[in-house]
Design a protein around this ligand. Structure first.
Ligand SMILES: CC(C)(COP(=O)(O)OP(=O)(O)OC[C@H]1O[C@@H](n2cnc3c(N)ncnc32)[C@H](O)[C@@H]1OP(=O)(O)O)[C@@H](O)C(=O)NCCC(=O)NCCS
Length: 389
């Protein structure tokens, strides 16, 4: 078996693997993703495993940034993981994941994230459930009576349509909102991706100085789907969401991908019978000291906690550490082993990093030793995601 980066000539074989794993892609969708696929091949971001001349598995690395407590941390998204049906169940998927993790480490990304179709493969590679993508459904009508509506004189918040030419501005506005909110979980996939996204057929996108919303009609035209909505102020949230609410005469429902703490949920007049669906995503720490140094921490928390980490796949993460958190930043320093250390596997470390409460981690066996409350306070957050990949 040989592992190498895929190139243009492997495209049909990769689409065939994809069809066998997730179903065929329409010609229109294939054309639409072509520029992204070409870019991935050219950057050496797609790995393939070959048995002789036959492609038996492939997986894609995406250079992205992920927000952690208001700081953007370089990360490697993992997507398009396929093994040929006749080659499954004999360790090929595990081999592919090991190679992808090495690639992500080589590219200097301290974190990796993915959406698992099945968790065991990724757990075996050191990933653990970190956060979720939340879809909240409510009646469109509810957006017509937002709290404080009418407070701003008409035209106070300037909102305009956004298209591909506005990609740089959209990226800057969304980044500023996530940074100021201290958000955890959302991705920054870069300007080229956002330009491609803004060029999506049937997408309606609007931009304000401190907010952005993009939505489309659902498949049966009974409702609207809000793909992404971020707003830095209540006035902007009202202005952007009112655009969606203005469709209430023809669109009965809204399905919105938002943070579970999105301010819009506090602007709705009523919040009864809310339907929320969650898709879980998993996180892996590729380079623990770099991952800790790059993220933000709550400014009011000061902690010094000895840790012992086990990580067979990334030995640089393993061993005895001292975690120091102060003034909104953190660092991991090598330290002699201490009997008081909190012990964890690489999966425990990933879940801790993602804000899973320490009580949950110890009761699920992901963390050993009486974890001091301050450890949980340092990492506490509810990560979300406004992307699918
Ligand atoms: C998921 C997939 C990539 C696994 O590849 P594979 O070569 O069979 O994986 P491995 O043989 O290395 O198995 C790794 C682990 O995953 C588990 N696993 C594999 N397929 C699984 C499935 N369909 N459901 C649950 N667990 C599965 C194995 O049991 C093994 O876990 P274990 O060691 O605890 O027993 C492959 O089945 C596939 O291509 N499926 C269709 C597409 C897909 O789901 N891709 C993942 C997208 S996120």
């Amino acid at each position: 078996m040989e592992i190498r980066c895929l190139a243009d000539e492997d495209r049909d074989a990769q689409f065939d693997l994809r069809a066998r794993a997730f179903g065929p892609m329409s010609a229109a969708d294939r054309d639409r993703v072509r520029p992204l696929v070409e870019q991935d091949y050219a950057a050496g971001n797609v790995l393939g495993i070959f048995d002789g001349a036959r492609l038996i598995a492939s997986g894609r690395y995406m250079p992205i940034e992920q927000w952690w407590h208001g700081a953007a941390v370089p990360a490697g998204g993992v997507a398009s993981v396929y093994v040929a049906p006749e080659d499954r169940g004999r360790g090929v998927g595990t081999r592919l994941m090991t190679a992808l993790i090495e690639l992500i480490a080589e590219r200097g990304r301290p974190l990796s994230v993915l959406y698992p179709a099945t968790a065991p493969l990724y757990r075996r590679a050191g990933y653990e459930h970190g956060g979720a993508q939340h879809w909240v459904s409510f009646r469109t009508e509810a957006l017509r009576s937002l709290d404080g509506a009418g407070r701003e004189p008409a035209g106070t918040v300037k909102v305009r349509r956004a298209g591909p030419a506005d990609a740089a501005e959209v990226v800057a506005v969304v980044r500023a909102v996530h940074a100021a909110a201290g958000d955890a979980g959302p991705l920054d996939r870069g300007e080229a991706f956002v330009r491609w996204f803004l060029d999506s057929p049937d997408l309606f996108a609007y931009l304000a100085d401190d907010g952005f919303i993009a939505y489309y009609w659902n498949d049966d035209r009974s409702g609207l789907v809000v793909d992404i909505a971020v707003a830095g102020s209540a006035a902007t949230a009202r202005a952007l969401w009112s655009l969606v609410g203005s469709g209430s005469s023809t669109a009965e429902t809204v399905r919105a991908r938002i943070s579970p703490h999105d301010p819009i949920l506090w602007l709705l007049r009523d919040r009864t019978d809310e339907r929320v669906t969650r898709s879980s995503w998993m996180l892996r720490i590729i380079d623990a000291p770099a991952a800790i140094a790059a993220r933000g921490f709550p400014v009011g928390v000061a902690a010094e906690v000895p840790l012992i980490v086990h990580d067979a796949l990334r030995p640089g993460n393993a061993g005895s550490w001292r975690l120091i958190v102060a003034g909104g930043r953190g660092r991991l320093e090598r330290a002699p082993q201490s009997a008081a250390a909190v012990r964890m596997t690489e999966r425990g470390l990933a879940a801790l990093y993602a804000g899973v409460p320490v009580a949950t981690l110890s009761r699920s066996g992901l963390l050993d030793g009486g974890a001091p409350a301050v450890l949980g306070a340092a990492f506490a957050t509810t990560p979300f995601m406004l992307d699918d990949f």
